[in-house]
Design a binder for this molecule. Structure first.
Ligand code: HEC
Length: 188
């Protein structure tokens, strides 16, 4: 009786951390996923305080735009230097702001799968000589200052977006929606 109760719970927990693979795995995928997710989380922890401090100082997001535009890439480069030589993290999105974060074909395919799955579980994908671990980023309320509706956005924030990113695609999101991913690429 006890066993029968435990099984469905174990299955439910399993579903929450489900890993989807494309291709044939030849390495312990769970270990790859854990490593990739922890590296992605590390990058988020490096960038988030800068974002949050700037929003605290100026809730409109206008000064945060400058802070983020100046800091996101150097922080990513800095973080990558601390990682083992087989790993590299980056950020991307379908509707991206920084052209340097433009997705490739595999990124687009995986992000569309994440959206279709309607859950924000990490996804592991096998490439020829590496694995990619995708950690989805949902939109939250604080993100709205800079990624929300362009029409109702603070005027100065809007101007900064136009100034730094004339081809910006990353507005019009709502809280809870899929915003993008951190990708950890780990060599085989
Ligand atoms: C203060 C303004 C600001 C806030 C708030 C903000 N962002 Fe951004 N975001 C930016 C800027 C500027 C960039 C482009 C610079 C970069 O990251 O390379 C960016 C880039 C990104 C990217 C990289 C892909 C791309 O579009 O270039 C993701 C993913 C992202 N933001 C998610 C979020 C999420 C999730 C939140 C909320 C937790 C958030 N952002 C809050 C300004 C902001």
């Amino acid at each position: 009786m006890k066993k029968m109760m435990i099984l469905p719970i174990a299955l439910m927990l399993g579903a929450c951390t489900q890993t989807t693979t494309i291709g044939t795995p030849d390495k312990n995928l769970k270990a790859v996923e854990a490593k990739g997710v922890s590296q992605a989380d590390g990058l988020i922890s490096a960038i988030k305080p800068v974002l949050m401090q700037s929003l605290k100082a100026d809730p409109t997001g206008a000064s945060g735009m400058t802070a983020c535009a100046n800091a996101a890439m150097p922080l990513t480069d800095e973080y990558n230097k601390q990682l083992p030589s087989d790993s590299k993290v980056r950020r991307t999105a379908l509707k991206y702001r920084n052209p340097a974060n433009k997705p490739d074909d595999k990124d687009i395919e995986v992000m569309n799968k994440i959206i279709a799955s309607k859950n924000f579980a990490p996804m592991v994908v096998e490439m020829n000589d590496s694995y990619r671990v995708y950690k989805p980023l949902p939109m939250a309320q604080p993100c709205m200052a800079c990624h929300g509706d362009i029409k109702t956005m603070n005027k100065h924030t809007r101007e900064k977006i136009k100034e730094y990113y004339p081809k910006d695609l990353a507005t019009g999101f709502k809280p809870g929606e899929f915003r993008g991913v951190v990708v950890s690429e780990i060599k085989k």
